[in-house]
Design a protein. Structure first.
Length: 68
């Protein structure tokens, strides 16, 4: 079974929690983009960028650990 990761963001009165399996990062980024593009959500492009950055940092840490 693949490892599950979690990203979270608190914005105003909302708490966004995203769980995804390692290797499915592109899917969660697509979900960020869909939410940011939807005017019905308070989640915006800045929020998507922040969470994408957090995900990238985690991947970078994983690579550094592997490189050892």
């Amino acid at each position: 079974m693949s490892q599950v990761r979690q990203l979270s963001l608190v914005k105003g009165g909302h708490r966004y929690i995203f769980r995804y399996q390692v290797g499915r990062e592109a899917d969660i980024i697509a979900a960020f983009a869909a939410m940011a593009a939807d005017s019905q959500h308070e989640f915006d492009w800045f929020d998507a960028a922040v969470l994408s950055y957090q995900m990238g940092r985690r991947l970078e840490m994983d690579l550094e650990e592997i490189a050892g």
